[in-house]
Write a protein that binds this ligand. Sequence first.
Ligand code: ARG
Length: 464
Amino acid sequence: MSDKKSANAMWGGRFSAGPDAIMEAINASIGYDQKMAKQDIDGSRAHAAMLAAQGIIEDSDASAIRKGLLTVLSEIEGGGFAFSTALEDIHMNVEARLTEIVGPAAGRLHTARSRNDQVATDFKLWVRGQMDAAIDGLTALMKVFVAQAEAGADMVMPGFTHLQVAQPVTWGHHMMAYVEMFARDRSRFEDARKRMNESPLGAAALAGTSFPIDRDMTAEALGFDRPSANSLDAVSDRDFALEFLTSCSICAIHISRIAEELVIWSSAQFRFVTISDRFSTGSSIMPQKKNPDAAELLRSKVGRINGSLIALLTIMKGLPLAYSKDMQEDKEQVFDAADSIMLSLAALTGMMADLRPNPEPLRTAAASGFSTATDLADFLVRALNMPFRDAHHVTGALVKMAEDQGCDLHELSLEQMQSVEAKIPNAVYEVLGVENSVASRVSYGGTAPAQVRAQITRWKAALL
Ligand code: ARG
């Protein structure tokens, strides 16, 4: 009648037969959630210690369990552990092995606990570790951008709008723009970390437990700020995973923007920068080629990261309280996004540390495309007390004249300029140079080297 042998050892009491192979395949998460072995064992060790402290299990059982769990961990970390799909997930694989090691005492570990609060705890611990790693990775990345900015604080380059040369800026200013972006990314991870740091352990299946547990004790042992206040929420909340993915997505978007700039800047047409050989590849057919593959991959990683975010948002939408198995699908998305963001941060840090900006092409491009036309209009406002709209009009006429003659603004003679506006003085030539242009942009946050240096100083102190 009953086939207890193949029925699951954990809940075999209620079942008369083992699962269909396809059922096992769709149900099992051990293929990926084994990544959380350390967190699972940390959580179980804290739980066992608490059960003993509260007199719920014997001290001798708790210490056998805690010691046995360390043995399981070293087997897993040593690579010799035989994971079983029949045991579904990391929680049951660990517990089954623990039972082999310590015997019946292992059966007391799951008192006052469910896999629902267990998985929420494990996953939170894992995600929290990744948030910390992202924070460190972003700090290292910001330092490299600040170093680039400092080395090129006076280096003139074109500033673009619509990817058309707009006004001259400095390399330092451009690099520091990314420092601001990555600083916001870092604060998003920090912020999410603070919000998520509540312990689900002890919420049990969904309703709490009748055992006299001490949730503060396990929360503290696992580095949480406090236990979560509602057991239904504790087991069904995946906001922390969504916030992690959102933070990864926005960060990956920033990475894709500098990556795109590196692809453009390193091209033969631009020659703004040289990417080191260490971060370039060759072509199997065209011997002359040096390709920015790393930058292209950095540009593309955002695709899968955004995909993971959308996947988990969609999984969570409309789920009734409390736990549903749908939530098991959270892990692969988060694991993949975490791998992608960590690799991206490391690769971009390495590339940027090696990157060489090329001052000559940068300066030539900065001076092209009538990039100091705004300086000319501003000059007319100041020198002739002209309304800006009129100055804009006069400057437009001068740009057209230069364009017709195939020359730059500073190559127009004073007579030519005065044929458009008779009162233009000779001092006009001072504002047409790119160095003067950038030096004049002294407003707070502007591109003047003095302003950029002030920001570099501020960030260097903050990043110590
Ligand atoms: N492997 C499951 C997950 O990742 C663990 C929780 C299972 N809980 C349950 N009631 N079946 O979500």
